[in-house]
Write a protein that binds this ligand. Sequence first.
Ligand code: PRP
Ligand code: URA
Length: 211
Amino acid sequence: MSQENVFVFDHPLIQHKVSLLRDKNTSTKEFRELVSEIAMLMAYEVTRDLPMKEVDIETPVAVAHTKMLAGKSIAIVPILRAGLGMVDGMVALIPNVKVGHIGLYRDPVTVEPVTYYCKLPEDVNERDVILLDPMLATGGSASAAIGYLKEKGITNIKFMCLIAAPEGIARIQKDHPDIKIYCAAKDERLNDHSYIVPGLGDAGDRIFGTN
Ligand code: PRP
Ligand code: URA
């Protein structure tokens, strides 16, 4: 598998928190907090290439010739439900961020994505879009969501997840070779039910306590 466009964050804080996420004994409250914290830590790296502009700022002492973010910044788009868990961490860090939503679920029998809701910020075409979903398993959901964003004319899309399976990475690379994938861990494989192994189970159920 080509590693081009795939970035795995091996920062110790991220790795530590992902290990806690995987633990089947981690409570819903803790799980939700960890997902948000990891998203915030990842946001720091995912936004590393944001365009900057030179500015002069008057400090109490003198004028500082310094830099600030240029342009309209970012829109984040969580894939419902589980992507919602990553929103707070990103919003806390990124100035002027707007939030769109794409509702998709994986049909339990066919594992094909079914779309049920989409709402994006009006100025989304002027923003960089970071698509959020904790799990990249077969890649069907992320591929469909990226396809939808592209149909809306969005050109600058990054996909950020917590755990990626090789099968999902391969699917995105085949369907959308231009998309950069950012993850906190790359796991071994999918099982017969298309769950990630070792993974962390069903992310949506663990975030919302619905299993
Ligand atoms: C999970 C996950 C992804 C999808 C990944 O969502 O949050 O959206 O599965 O699987 P894929 O890569 O094989 O498409 P799920 O369908 O369980 O919906 P939920 O978030 O509403 O629980
Ligand atoms: N969705 C999840 O929440 N977990 C998996 O392992 C696969 C898909």
